[in-house]
Design a protein around this ligand. Structure first.
Ligand code: FAD
Length: 350
């Protein structure tokens, strides 16, 4: 058989196979969508099986066990105690105490991890002063242990307040704090520039697309516009010398970041930017890639094998049900993942 004939045969078989897998995936997708639609009616143990991919468990011990199990994956972590906007300040006290336990556990178990906090869970929308005191208390303990604190960014009601708290804490001398900015918001490029002017090389961002569907007068709403805006923000952050944590599972964002890092000649060991800070404890040289637990672990492991610092966002807590359902609903591909989790549990690697 000559090579042209062989090539044609291979091409034909590839086409047939990809049609089969496409059609199989489409059918599985329909089943999956049905499963997702039925989730609120499903027994909790079924939801737990699916949500279990995205949540470490209901207490800090499960999070520690998981991070130890992931040790050989050559990644580090940021820990999130699940829960968002609260209705009374006693609930905020719970989060302060729980984060204190998290910090103790990180130190005791020598885990390469920092923490992520939601300002509204600490009372920001109920009493700003109390929220600031709560954040300061956690920050102080983290600083003593050389642990970084990231303020997650919530919806536009608290964008400015969250940025202001970071600036205030830095003014008070805490250098171990940074926030998240969302590429979808029109204001973000300006925010980066303002923060960099005030904090210089101490500016430290997580950049993501933004999970909240914001009104169209303040944010991009189409997929491509959000990707383009997020990529522009990544460029501004990297060029400004700030520490840049790229939090996306999307190839166009990751590939753009890799190109930009190459252009700036940045790598895990090397940050030649003249306007950047010296590398800090638990950090890479100027940048890292961040992933949610359970999402595109294959891509994370590939980036890590290529020598990039990666970090997994590890949520845990008794609110795992709400978080798991949200993760499952927010992604169109999840129908497939949900189906796979239930029918082929052995493929369920995080
Ligand atoms: P997408 O286009 O949504 O996802 C790309 C691909 O990833 C999908 O096609 C799918 O294949 C895969 N994928 C995505 N989600 C799942 C899933 N649940 N299961 C299986 N596969 C999936 N947003 C905020 O507003 N504030 C924050 O503080 C914040 N912190 C974050 C921290 C981290 C570490 C990460 C990774 C994200 C954070 N986000 C935050 C969420 C972020 O803004 C996006 O909403 C989210 O990451 C989805 O956007 P994406 O760039 O990954 O692209």
């Amino acid at each position: 058989m000559n090579w042209a004939l062989k090539l044609e045969e291979v091409r034909k078989s590839y086409k047939e196979n990809s049609q089969i897998s496409h059609s199989l995936r489409r059918h599985m997708g329909v089943i999956g969508q049905f499963i997702v639609g039925m989730l609120p009616l499903a027994p909790k143990f079924v939801v737990k099986r699916i949500a279990g991919r995205y949540v470490a468990g209901s207490d800090i011990h499960s999070a520690i066990t998981l991070m130890k199990e992931m040790h050989e994956e050559n990644t580090c972590f940021t820990i999130d105690v699940l829960g968002e906007e609260i209705t009374n300040l006693d609930e905020a006290r719970f989060f302060v105490d729980e984060y204190s336990r998290v910090l103790d556990a990180i130190v005791k178990n020598e885990i390469d991890a920092n923490i992520s906090l939601k300002p509204t869970a600490l009372g920001l929308l109920l009493n700003r002063d109390v929220a600031i005191e709560n954040i300061k208390e956690i920050l102080k303990k983290a600083a003593i242990n050389d642990i970084f604190v990231r303020l997650d960014m919530e919806d536009h009601r608290v964008t400015q307040e969250t940025i202001d708290i970071v600036l205030l804490m830095q003014e008070m001398g805490f250098e171990n704090i940074g926030t998240v900015l969302q590429g979808r918001l029109f204001r973000t490029e300006e925010d980066i520039k303002k923060i960099c002017t005030l904090l210089g090389p101490l500016s430290d961002f997580r950049i993501c697309k933004g999970i909240y569907l914001e009104p169209q007068d303040i944010s991009h709403t189409s997929y491509q516009d959000i990707v383009n805006a997020t990529n522009d923000c990544i460029d501004v952050m990297l060029e400004s010398g700030s520490y840049t944590a790229i939090a996306s599972h999307d190839y166009p964002v990751i590939n753009h970041s890799l190109d930009k890092l190459k252009e700036l000649q940045m790598s895990f060991e090397n940050d030649p930017r003249i306007n950047s800070a010296d590398s800090r404890v638990g950090k890479g040289s100027g940048y890292e890639f961040q992933f949610l637990l359970g999402v595109r672990g294959d891509l994370r492991r590939k980036l890590s094998a290529q020598g990039h610092l990666t970090r997994v966002y590890v949520p845990y807590g008794t609110k795992w049900y709400e978080y798991g359902i949200r993760r499952i609903r927010e992604n169109p591909d999840i129908a497939w993942h949900a189906t796979k989790t239930l029918l082929f549990p052995w493929t369920n690697r995080r």
